[in-house]
Design a binder for this molecule. Structure first.
Ligand SMILES: [Zn+2]
Length: 199
């Protein structure tokens, strides 16, 4: 244990995802030795990001405005909607430059073990978006793991009866992993080769 505020810093850093006790200590001591101006810049950006970044009211992507850059872009195809789990997946798909439609961010995947059911995800909001008939195809781009598969199966059963074209990404993505970790070429190919979803 360190004294007072140093230990507080280590504790706070240790609560971040992927930062174990040793890394927390290393980062804390790095900050203690760093130039005060550098530390101030980090502190400022932390406060600024929480104050400025919101979620898009249409697709729930991160956004600095009421609507995100993609939803406001008139060049994006309004008839195709790609459904993803997290906003990091939007970033991964945008990097491929294969996709010109819009997105819907669910905010996670169905996972009974973690107590996450369909009602914890933004599925109601998705159904509302589909109601006016502008969107004719939904691409289910959930993670290639158990939770992602369960979510895609659930959504296929909801979406097919309303007459939408429902597609899944082509196989070839690393099974069991996260969409965001797939390389651009693999993810781009999975998009181009998307296939009709089975019930
Ligand atoms: Zn948006």
């Amino acid at each position: 244990m360190y004294e007072g505020v140093v230990q507080d810093l280590i504790d706070e850093l240790g609560r971040l995802p992927g930062v174990g006790p040793k890394s927390a200590q290393r980062i804390a001591f790095h900050l203690l030795q760093a130039d005060p101006a550098d530390v101030r810049r980090l502190a400022d950006v932390l406060i600024e990001v929480k104050a400025k970044v919101k979620f898009c009211s249409v697709c729930f992507n991160v956004s600095q405005d009421e609507q995100c850059r993609i939803c406001r872009d008139p060049r994006r195809d309004p008839t195709v909607l790609c459904v993803v789990e997290e906003y990091k997946d939007v970033v991964a798909i945008e990097r491929t430059r294969e996709y010109r439609g819009r997105y819907h961010v669910l905010g996670g995947a169905i996972s009974p073990i973690d107590g996450i059911g369909p009602e914890q995800l933004r599925i109601r909001e998705l159904m509302t978006r589909l109601a006016d008939g502008t969107i004719t195809e939904t691409i289910l781009a959930t993670d290639p793991n158990l939770e992602g598969e369960a979510t895609a199966t659930y959504l296929t059963r909801m979406l097919k009866p309303i007459g939408l074209r429902v597609t899944r990404l082509a196989s070839g993505l690393p099974v069991g992993g996260d969409l965001e970790y797939a390389d651009e070429v693999t993810l781009g190919r999975a998009f181009a080769g998307r296939r009709s979803a089975d019930d």
